[in-house]
Design a protein around this ligand. Sequence first.
Ligand code: NAD
Length: 344
Amino acid sequence: PRTWLVTGVAGFIGSNLLEELLALGQHVVGLDDFSTGYQANLDDALASPPAVQGGGTFRFIKGDIRDIASCRKAMKGIDFVLHHAAMGSVPRSIDDPVTTNSVNVDGFLSVMLAAREANVTSVVYASSCAVYGDSPMCPLTEDATGSLLSPYAATKLANEIYADVFQRTYGLQLVGLRYFNIFGPRQDPNGAYAAVIPRWIDKLLNGKTCEILGDGETSRDFCHVANVAKANILAATSDRSIGHSPVYNVGCGKETTLNELFRMIRLGLVGFQPSISASQPKYGPFRDGDIRRSAADISKIQQQLDYEPTHTIAQGLGQALEWYVEHSAKSASTEQERVVAAAR
Ligand code: NAD
């Protein structure tokens, strides 16, 4: 077993990384300030049978990645860093570019400086397909470029530039993973910045209408978070000579339109709630700046890191839907207990 630092551990991807590492018997330190993450995500990851049976250990530090003292404290004895703390939404960055920049760029520097001081073996950091901007290429290879469409995209490209500089200047081993549209258990369905899959599942389970922005023929490469966990572990531990601060696409390499996605989620939920079969989406205006098609070319990560997605979109959705159904039943019964207790 080795010791791993997961920043953003209370978030969607971070808590799934925690669960996978514990299942592999690893020692994990987590750093998070709960700005968009939850204690419930940690509790859920820690209680999962594979994590419990794996026998790893977990230590949590509450702190802001912009605070170098918190980063230094978290970095003690760390072999591998999986940096996932960030403000992670395009619309949020358009509403509040200053906070997005501060967390995603200043915070990134603070984590990298502490990692360098602690002499860690390698750092894997979350980048995004947003760095391709309006590139019309589909599927996208890592050398594609386009005009960036949000402050969020600018911060992720800034991370990649800094990673390259840190590797050249300080010899820190860094790998960037450009995530496409990641989904799975513990992705937040609530709030103005929620991603489409958890938002639609939540709406369908609660008898509400899903909104599709545009005609529904916009496509994305939806990728289950289990594939992301695998990519992180391969990227951190690869002993191949893979060049300076490489970046890799992480997706499934397959396009799915929003219309197809809606039908898949509806079909998957009918077994739990038959009435959902009658649900129809409502179509709204296209969102400004949304690109029409997006999919990853994953040949680089397949060739250099032996990455192969273990979960297709259909397998991943099946697993995620089960989790959301069980979770929404649990929160409904907790709410019922709360109401009964209040009435007493
Ligand atoms: P998330 O919001 O669920 O998780 C981010 C976590 O970081 C949260 O727990 C939050 O509390 C924590 N955090 C934020 N600011 C912090 C700070 N200043 N100090 C300490 N902790 C802080 O988001 P996610 O979807 O799990 O995304 C994780 C990473 O992956 C982010 O870097 C995001 O940009 C990137 N990414 C995600 C996707 C996706 O589809 N989910 C796609 C591309 C890239």
